[in-house]
Design a protein around this ligand. Structure first.
Ligand code: NAI
Length: 340
């Protein structure tokens, strides 16, 4: 019945430009925390993605409304809302990609690590359910502190015997999105052509944009400009937290970034070539067990973790300075699961 309905929709309602992707495989995406500040616009953007055939929206409250609303959009994905722990299994079953923006955001004056006590438990319980209901899904971790929640997820999956390092991603795309925007503004180059890798982690100085590798190349930027751009990229989240003055952190730009990363995961799963995005993954690029760098996405998830390339002296310094903080955030996550 579902197939029939979908077929009918394809021939009569979808715009013509979607026909080419109609033959793309069925893909289920689940969003956990779908009624939140990030979750809602992310649900909207995933509903607009023609690679998604089924969209499951899960939260502890509010999802029936979000799902009903988004479901009226005349695009391919069939939308269903799930609310409360007893419906989590159904939300997850059959998922190819699970996106996790569940948990509390920062308020002014807070670091991402201040969220640890609440979000660690939320992530742990959601990942326990993922191990049970969709152990093969690619997991896109948005919940902060990402530097700790990714190691938490890895430990939960290891305990459950389902861990595959190729399938776990910390979403650092917003750092890349910011670096691109700020670089384009300063270098006066067209923003849509800009590429800037951002490596390390996702908090403060652990966010290391590699402007020496930015394209299009700009010779107009001084060392001071690069320092200012680096700092602004590292503090981009705080800029939004302060502007929102207690009403949360980045949600709209984060939803955009999350949608870009999930789309890259789906393209990789579908066998599209040359899909590369920065992400915080298990890594042997440095001595740290997890690290963000460019990752090649494919049918099994992270097919290849790419190296850092050549760094400027300023970036080499930044890399050394970020390691102690990143190391301790990773260890904090691992310890949390081992002790709880
Ligand atoms: P929000 O408070 O607006 O939404 C969070 C949602 O999670 C709420 O709807 C809440 O009901 C839900 N939730 C809480 N416990 C849950 C559970 N056990 N299962 C399912 N859902 C649950 O927060 P917002 O602004 O959407 O931020 C979410 C997270 O994303 C925060 O941890 C924030 O720090 C993080 N974030 C990450 C970024 C990144 O670049 N990776 C950027 C911006 C935010």
């Amino acid at each position: 019945e579902t197939a029939l309905r979908r077929g009918g929709a394809a021939s009569s309602h979808l715009p013509r430009r979607f026909f080419s992707v109609e033959s793309s495989p069925e893909r289920k995406v689940a969003v956990l925390g779908a009624a939140g500040g990030i979750g809602q616009p992310l649900a909207l953007l995933m509903k607009l993605n023609p690679l998604v055939s089924s969209l499951a929206l899960y939260d502890i409250a509010g999802t029936p409304g979000v799902a009903a609303d988004v479901s009226h959009i005349n695009t391919r994905a069939q939308v269903a809302g799930f609310m409360g722990e007893e419906q989590l299994g159904k939300a997850l079953e059959g998922s190819d990609v699970v996106i996790i923006p569940a948990g509390v955001p920062r308020k002014p004056g807070m670091t991402r690590d201040d969220l640890f006590n609440i979000n660690a438990g939320i992530v742990k319980s959601l990942c326990t359910a993922i191990a049970k209901y969709c152990p093969n899904a690619l997991v896109n971790m948005i919940s902060n502190p990402v530097n700790s929640t990714v190691p938490i997820a890895a430990e939960v999956f290891k305990k459950a015997g389902t861990y595959d390092e190729k399938k776990l991603f910390g979403v650092t795309t917003l750092d890349v999105v910011r670096a691109k925007t700020f670089y384009a503004g300063k270098a006066k180059v067209p923003v849509e052509e800009v590429d800037v890798p951002v490596v390390g982690g996702h908090a403060g100085i652990t966010i290391l944009p590699l402007f020496s590798q930015a394209t299009p190349v700009s010779n107009a930027l001084t060392d001071e400009d690069i320092k200012a751009l680096t700092k602004r990229t590292q503090d981009g989240g705080t800029e939004v937290v302060e502007a929102k003055a207690g009403k949360g952190s980045a949600t709209l730009s984060m939803a955009y970034a999350g949608a870009i990363f999930a789309d890259a995961c789906l393209k990789g799963l579908n066998g599209a070539p040359d899909i590369v995005e920065c992400s915080f993954v298990q890594s042997s690029i440095t001595e740290l067990p997890f690290f963000a760098s460019k990752v090649r996405l494919g049918k099994n998830g992270a097919e290849e973790v790419l190296g850092l390339g050549s760094l400027s002296d300023y970036e080499k310094q930044g890399l050394e300075s970020l390691k102690p903080e990143l190391k301790s955030s990773i260890e904090k996550g691992i310890k949390f699961v081992q002790e709880n």
